[in-house]
Write a protein that binds this ligand. Structure first.
Ligand code: 6PG
Length: 240
């Protein structure tokens, strides 16, 4: 089931994304005693992340039962300005007091292939043979990528893998990413898209026939879970 919520402003989008995190965190902890979430990188989620570390939401989340993972990572050290782990730590993980042992970053400083294998092993160790996140947060690039599944490479290759090291030609760099198999196993997937720069691609991915190689975000379809798009009016403008 795909649902699209259009929020009037970026601030409303951030609040909706933060409230969604709160809701699914409590749902998971009530049902299973912990909340396993894979965070998105990029800039869109930053405002939502900051809200999670502030009143009132900070006290609405059972942080000691939250286990933090990442949907993708740049192949840089954790202190690098490009690190998604660094962004999330600074945006809310440190302020919310998430125990370091409950924050599981992808080791961007290691050999990419080895880092992918190691993270896959970690997922199996902590989440079981068929890892199922309670929530996967994603963004979408103007080119239709999500996580680090970029156009030009069939995102469904290596479906038996949980984590992949991918070479991103246009960035001339490796990235680490969860595969669609893991993302689509999640109970809930939320994709946030904000701003006019995403409008053309959002119209394409929501209204045109799937082309997973050209628009990898179209392969996000949780088989036994929910998919919700949270977008602001500027990103939705080409559809309205
Ligand atoms: C990353 C993200 C990536 C991001 C999109 C959108 O590592 O950058 O995981 O997939 O979600 O590129 O980025 P913005 O939110 O900055 O537009």
């Amino acid at each position: 089931m795909t649902h699209v919520r259009v929020l009037d402003t970026p601030e409303a989008l951030a609040a909706a994304l933060a409230d969604t995190f709160v809701r699914y965190a409590n749902e998971a902890v009530d049902a299973r005693g912990h909340f396993d979430v894979a965070l998105s990188g990029g800039t869109t989620p930053k405002a939502a992340y900051a809200l999670l570390a502030q009143a009132p939401r900070r006290s609405q989340i059972p942080w000691n039962a939250v286990r933090v993972f990442f949907g993708d990572e740049r192949c840089v050290p954790p202190a690098d300005a490009d690190s998604n782990y660094r962004m999330a730590s600074q945006a809310f993980l440190d302020a919310a007091g998430v125990a370091p042992e409950n924050v599981h970053r992808m080791r961007g400083e290691d050999d990419p292939r080895q880092a992918a294998l190691d993270y896959a092993d970690l997922l199996v160790t902590l989440l079981g043979e068929s890892p199922r996140f309670d929530l996967v947060l994603l963004g979408m690039g103007p080119d239709g990528h999500t996580a680090s599944l970029f156009p030009g490479l069939d995102p469904r290759t290596d479906q038996e893998q949980l984590v992949r090291a991918v070479w991103v030609q246009k960035m001339q760099t490796h990235r680490l990413t969860l595969t669609p198999a893991v993302i689509n196993a999640a109970r809930h997937v939320v994709i946030a898209a904000e701003g006019a720069a995403k409008a053309a691609m959002l119209q394409t991915v929501l209204t045109q026939a799937p082309d997973f190689i050209a628009h990898p975000v179209q392969c996000i379809a949780p088989a036994g879970g929910t998919l919700e798009w949270l977008v602001d009016r500027a990103a939705y403008a080409a559809i309205e």
